[in-house]
Ligand binder design. Structure first.
Ligand SMILES: [Ca+2]
Ligand SMILES: [Ca+2]
Ligand SMILES: [Ca+2]
Ligand SMILES: [Ca+2]
Length: 358
């Protein structure tokens, strides 16, 4: 009895704390003794009028936010003495280089962790913009498998996202897994049905996610902590592998590599995956780089030596990921792409097939 009263008391305190925590315009947190001044810059210049979000790292509370002034400054006072993550994720409007007098919309992000080294900290966030052309992107790569003790990882999937304002078509596109000798070294090639470049059978409207499952089944029936991929948009199915699952309701992406008789799969923690337009029909010499639509390298090892050419992906993502942990890697914002997976992706605790993590 006493115990439950105690719990209710704590609950009331927590609710009070959350309500007080962020209710004023200038976010003021209960029992605050910590102040923070942040300068937000883009290409070395102050970034005005952008929302900066502040989220405590060590405890759960509502996320505070304020907008940068003309000098790119935002101030938070009376905060709890704690670590915080400060981030910006928004669109910015800049004078166009191409069309004088008009504004270009660019997608920018920035992210830092603030350590309370004293009662008042001054820091800065340098924003980066999505430099790569918008288009069809590899948005998420889920490969490590769910928690289980029999090496189950067949719930792997690739999630694509159309970040452009135009419909794109999957017709004849190829999904490849690369060897360790770069773009000339392709080890798996699976192809969407349809005619490359000109086919219009398989549209992906702007802002849409596409889930490519290794096997489009409800994997929770095998491992309860896995995911349901029975409603995936596509399924990898090697028609020469008779043991490979084929959900009749989910269309197939089939193997086209001579002599390859296995299903598509990806290494759990280290791999290069790319999508290309499928117009290069000669694979013996690898994939023509001109046809590559998007490419992502990942490795759990921070000292990993890059395998794919840097003009396709300058970095790699997924550092520190564990096998059979349900962790996934996803772009920090749907479709956000600077062609550097080190900054474009983050590790997330569980996969998000068909949607973007919070
Ligand atoms: Ca399959
Ligand atoms: Ca199927
Ligand atoms: Ca890219
Ligand atoms: Ca996702």
């Amino acid at each position: 009895m006493e115990n439950s009263v105690g719990r209710i008391g704590i609950l009331i305190l927590l609710v009070l704390f959350i309500v007080i925590g962020c209710s004023r315009e200038k976010p003021t947190m209960y029992d605050g003794s910590f102040g923070l001044r942040l300068y937000v810059t883009y290409e070395g210049k102050p970034a005005a009028g952008l929302a900066v979000f502040l989220e405590p790292v060590d405890f759960v509370a509502k996320i505070c936010s304020d907008t940068t002034d003309s000098s790119g400054l935002v101030e938070f006072d009376d905060l709890l003495f704690s670590q915080y993550r400060a981030y910006v994720s928004t669109e910015m409007y800049l004078p166009s280089d191409v069309h004088p007098g008009e504004l270009d919309t660019i997608s920018v992000i920035g992210n830092i962790v603030i350590y309370p080294t004293s009662n008042f900290v001054v820091d800065s966030i340098g924003l980066i913009s999505s430099g790569a052309e918008p288009g069809l992107k590899i948005n998420e790569l889920y490969t490590v498998g769910p928690p289980n003790d029999f090496f189950y990882y067949f719930d792997q999937f690739i999630e694509l996202y159309n970040s452009s304002t135009d419909t794109v078509y999957l017709d004849g596109m190829i999904v490849c897994r690369m060897g360790d000798e770069g773009i000339r070294d392709v080890t798996y090639i699976f192809q969407f049905p349809g005619e490359p470049l000109v086919g219009r059978e398989y549209p992906v409207p702007p802002g849409t996610f596409v889930v490519l499952a290794v096997d489009a089944i409800d994997h929770r029936e095998i491992v309860p902590q896995s995911i349901d991929l029975s409603n995936a948009d596509w399924e990898f199915k090697n028609s020469r592998d008779f043991g490979d699952v084929d959900n009749p309701d989910v269309p197939n992406i089939d193997n086209i590599l001579e002599g390859h008789t296995r299903d598509f799969s990806m290494n759990l923690v280290s791999e290069v995956v790319l999508i290309a337009d499928g117009s290069d029909a000669v694979y013996i010499d690898g994939i023509d780089p001109e046809t590559v639509i998007d490419c992502v390298e990942y490795s759990s090892n921070p000292n990993h030596i890059k395998e794919i050419e840097k003009f396709l992906d300058m970095g790699f993502c997924g550092v520190g990921m564990q096998r059979y942990s349900s962790q996934s890697r996803e772009r920090i914002k749907a479709g956000f792409d600077t062609n550097n997976s080190t900054v474009d992706f983050e590790v997330i605790p569980f996969p998000t097939p068909g949607y973007q993590h919070e």
